[in-house]
Design a protein around this ligand. Structure first.
Ligand code: IVH
Length: 685
C-alpha cells in the first residue's frame, strides 16, 4: 500500500467509507496519540513497523490531497532540507532568568525573604528539576502550536518553530477534550538526552568532526540548524515548566497548572513536589543531588517556586528576576580515582600540556579516564604523586580537570610527578617564555605533532575546509613521507595517495579535488590557515582587509600592524616573527605559486571603504533592509568594527525595531548615540 501513488491512496481502500479528509484527520490523530505514548509516556502500544506504515499512508494521502496540508501534521516532524533563516520575534512577556543560590544558607535566606514578603501568610514552595538545556517559549492557539521562540536576549528571540515541530515530545496539537485556554504560552527547556548526545559525538568522532562539549551545546547547535531534518534526526527532548497567559486563572497554582499542562499532552518537570517547610525543601535538594544521575537528561540544580500565583504576584519581580523563585545550583560533580601516569601532549604551536591518565570512573553521565593538568604550575600546586587518589571535576568543557588530591589516602613511597624537560615527541629540550605558563617544544620544523598540527589547522573547516582530509589521513600521509608542510598537499597525486592499494582511488580523487577547491578560498581565510600564532579567524580578517595582500602583510612592521584596530603588540610581533622565518616565507611563496588567493578579490576591493574606520558599532534590534549578518559585513567592509556589547568605547548603536530596553537604558546612561537603519545607510552613500 505504501508508496502506491499511481492511483489515489484513497482509492486503494475500497472498503473505506471515510472521505480522504476524514481519513487524513483520523490518521493524524492516531499518529499523534502514538507519538505521545512513545515520547511523553514512554509506553508505546504499537510496533515501530506499524507506526511507520501508518505514517507512510498519511504521507501518501497528504501528497495526493495537498489541499489538506497542515504544518502541524505528524508527517512534518521529519523536517526538511530547506535552508531557513530565523526571524527575530519579540516576546509577549520577557523571558527572565532566576537568581542563583549555592548552599543551604542561601536557600534558607530565600525562604525567610518569602515568609517576610507574605507577611506571615501560609505558603507552599514547589520544588522541581532545573534542566540544563536551552529555554524555549511555545505559543498555542486553539490547541495548536503556532510559534516557538528561543530565549534570545530575554526581550526577543529567534523563531525556531519549524525546527521545534520535529521534537516528538512537543505536542503539535493538544489532546482532544482537554480544557486548555484559547491562547497561552508555555515555557521550558529543550534538551539532548545523554543517549542521543553520546551517539551524536560518536558519529562526529568517526567523521573526525569537532565534538560537542556537553548536551547543552549540542542541543543549542542543533536547534539553530539550518535544516530541520538534521534537528529531527538528533533526538531532542523537551520538558515544560512554566505556564503563562491572560486566560490562566489568577487564583490557581503553579503545580496545579503544570499538572493540567501534562493532561494536555506536555512532558513536564519530573519529580515536582510541594513543600511546606524549608526542611522539606532541603531534603528534596539532597535527594535529587544523587538521584538526578539516573535521569535521561542533564540537570544542574533545583528550581524553587512559590506555588500560589496570587502570592507570586504579591512578591513580584526585581529588575532581573522574580522574587518568588530561585535556582539552587548543584556543586560540580566530582569523582575520586587513581592517577596512573602523566603523559604530555604537544600541540601545533609546540605548547606542551600535561594529561592525567587515571582508572576509569563514572562522572556526570560519562566515563572519564583522562583529565587535563593544564601546566607545570598547576601540577606543582597539586603536588601530584603517581598512585595518588585524585579528585576530578567536569566543568563546561569536554576534558575534565584534576582539582585536588586526597592526601589521606596517599600510600608511603609514592613518586612525585616532575614536569618533563624534553619533548616527548622529538626529544628537543623544552623552553618556557617569560610570563607564560606553558612549556614549549622549540623544534617546530621537525617535531611531528607540530608539523601535523599545522597541516590539520590548514585543512580545518574555518581555514581551507578540505573535508576529504582529517587528522587520521594527515597522519597516514605524514608517516608515508608524502607531506611535510601544507604546500606538499598541492603536490599530492592519486598515485602517491593510493600507493599499492588500488581500492583507494575514489577517496584519493576526493582528496585531490578537495585540495584543488581551495584555490577559490578568500584571502582572509588563507591568512588564518597559514597558522600565525595568536592570529585567529577574526584577527586574520582584520589584517587581511587592512593590508589587502600577502605581499603588504609580509612587509608590515610591528608599528604598522598595531595601527589595525584590534591588533596589539603580541599579535603584531607574532606576525612579523612568522614572516621573518625563512621556512614560513618559503611555504607562503609555494602556496602563492600554486594559485591560492594572496590578495583581496576585486569585489572585496571595490566595495571597501574607510568610512567607518576606527568606529566601534553595536547592532541591536530587527531591520527592514538588510539582515544583521549583512550589516555586520557592511560594517567590516567599510573599515568599522562590530562589537557585541555597549561600553564607553562604542561609537554608536545601529538600532532597528524593538531594541531591547536594557540596551537602550545602557546607551542612554553612557551617552552612546543611536543611529537608525536609514541614517546608517545614508552615512555610507
Ligand atoms: S522557571 C520566571 N523552571 O533556568 C521564571 N527555569 O535562570 C522562569 N530552567 O532561563 C524560569 N529549569 O532556562 C524555570 N524548572 C525550571 C527550569 C528553569 C531550567 C532555566 C531557564 C531559565 C534559567 C534560570
Amino acid at each position: 500500500m505504501c508508496g502506491c501513488l499511481v492511483t489515489s491512496p484513497y482509492e486503494t481502500h475500497h472498503l473505506n467509507i471515510m472521505t480522504p479528509k476524514e481519513e487524513i484527520e483520523q490518521l493524524r490523530k492516531e499518529l499523534e496519540q502514538h507519538n505521545y505514548n512513545y515520547y511523553v509516556l514512554n509506553q508505546p502500544t504499537i510496533s515501530d513497523f506499524e507506526f511507520d506504515q501508518m505514517m507512510h499512508h498519511l504521507e501518501d494521502l497528504e501528497l495526493f490531497y495537498p489541499q489538506y496540508a497542515d504544518p502541524n501534521s505528524p508527517t512534518q516532524r521529519v523536517g526538511s532540507d530547506l535552508n531557513q533563516s530565523f526571524k527575530a520575534v519579540a516576546h509577549k512577556y520577557p523571558m527572565l532568568s532566576l537568581a542563583n543560590t549555592y548552599n543551604e544558607g542561601e536557600v534558607r535566606d530565600f525562604y525567610e525573604r518569602v515568609k517576610e514578603g507574605l507577611e506571615g501568610e501560609d505558603f507552599e514552595i514547589c520544588a522541581e528539576m532545573k534542566y540544563d538545556g536551552l529555554s524555549i517559549s511555545l505559543t498555542y492557539v486553539d490547541g495548536e502550536l503556532v510559534q516557538a521562540v528561543t530565549r534570545g536576549d530575554g526581550v526577543k528571540g529567534d523563531d525556531v518553530t519549524n525546527n521545534v515541530r520535529t521534537i516528538r515530545s512537543i505536542p503539535l496539537k493538544l489532546r482532544e477534550g482537554s480544557d486548555y485556554p484559547h491562547e497561552f504560552e508555555i515555557r521550558g527547556e529543550i534538551l539532548m538526552p545523554w543517549t542521543s548526545f553520546e551517539k551524536l559525538n560518536e558519529e562526529r568522532a568517526k567523521r573526525e568532526e569537532q565534538l560537542f562539549a556537553n548536551p547543552r551545546n549540542a542541543a543549542s547547535g542543533t536547534l539553530k540548524s539550518q535544516s530541520s531534518r538534521v534537528v529531527a534526526e538528533r533526538g531532542l527532548d523537551a520538558y515544560l515548566y512554566y505556564l503563562l497567559g491572560d486566560e490562566i486563572p489568577s487564583d490557581s497554582s503553579h503545580y496545579e497548572n503544570l499538572q493540567k499542562a501534562a493532561s494536555w499532552g506536555f512532558k513536564i518537570s519530573q519529580g515536582m513536589k510541594k513543600c511546606k517547610t524549608v526542611e522539606e525543601v532541603l531534603a528534596y535538594i539532597d535527594y535529587w543531588d544523587k538521584e538526578r544521575k539516573n535521569l535521561p537528561v542533564a540537570t544542574d540544580g533545583i528550581v524553587l517556586k512559590v506555588n500560589s500565583l496570587r502570592q507570586q504576584r504579591h512578591l513580584g519581580y526585581t529588575a532581573k528576576s522574580p522574587r518568588w523563585a530561585i535556582a539552587y545550583k548543584f556543586k560540580a560533580e566530582r569523582a575520586c580515582t587513581r592517577l596512573n601516569e602523566v603523559t604530555y601532549q604537544v600541540g601545533r604551536t609546540g605548547a606542551v600540556t600535561p594529561v592525567a591518565n587515571m582508572d576509569p570512573v563514572q562522572l556526570a553521565g560519562t566515563v572519564v579516564k583522562r583529565a587535563s593538568l593544564h601546566n607545570a604550575d598547576v601540577m606543582e600546586e597539586l603536588d601530584l604523586h603517581i598512585g595518588d587518589m585524585v579528585y576530578v571535576e567536569k566543568g563546561g568543557e569536554i576534558i575534565p580537570k584534576v582539582v585536588g588530591v586526597d592526601k589521606d589516602q596517599r600510600q608511603p613511597g609514592l613518586q612525585k610527578v616532575q614536569f618533563i624537560k624534553a619533548c616527548p615527541e622529538c626529544g628537543a629540550e623544552l623552553v618556557r617564555f617569560e610570563g607564560e605558563a606553558a612549556h614549549y617544544c622549540p623544534n617546530d620544523s621537525a617535531c611531528p605533532p607540530q608539523i601535523k598540527g599545522r597541516i590539520e589547522h590548514f585543512i580545518s573547516r574555518k581555514a581551507m575546509n578540505i573535508d576529504s582530509l582529517g587528522p587520521e589521513t594527515v597522519d597516514d600521509y605524514y608517516q608515508r613521507g608524502l607531506i611535510h608542510d601544507v604546500s606538499d598537499l598541492y603536490k599530492l597525486t592519486i598515485a602517491d595517495i593510493c600507493g599499492v592499494n588500488k581500492n583507494r582511488v575514489k577517496s584519493a580523487q576526493k582528496v585531490v579535488d578537495g585540495v584543488k577547491s581551495t584555490l577559490g578560498v578568500p584571502f582572509e581565510r588563507v591568512v588564518f590557515a597559514i597558522g600565525i600564532r595568536f592570529v585567529g579567524e577574526t584577527t586574520a580578517k582584520l589584517i587581511a582587509r587592512h593590508f589587502k595582500s600577502m605581499e603588504a602583510l609580509r612587509n608590515a612592521t610591528v608599528e604598522e600592524l598595531m595601527e589595525v584596530d584590534g591588533v596589539g603588540q603580541v599579535i603584531a610581533e607574532s606576525v612579523v616573527k612568522y614572516f621573518q622565518d625563512p621556512k614560513n616565507a618559503e611555504i607562503v611563496d609555494k602556496l602563492a605559486s600554486e594559485g591560492l588567493q594572496m590578495q583581496l578579490s576585486e569585489e572585496q576591493l571595490a566595495g571597501q571603504t574607510d568610512k567607518l574606520a576606527g568606529k566601534s558599532i553595536v547592532i541591536s534590534g530587527v531591520f527592514q533592509q538588510h539582515s544583521r549578518d549583512e550589516y555586520k559585513a557592511i560594517i567590516e567592509q567599510n573599515g568599522g568594527k562590530n562589537v557585541g556589547s555597549i561600553s564607553k568605547q562604542t561609537t554608536f548603536i545601529l538600532a532597528g525595531d524593538n531594541m531591547g530596553p536594557s540596551k537602550l537604558e545602557k546607551a542612554q546612561s553612557l551617552g552612546v548615540p543611536i543611529v537608525s537603519e536609514e541614517e546608517f545607510l545614508a552615512m555610507l552613500e
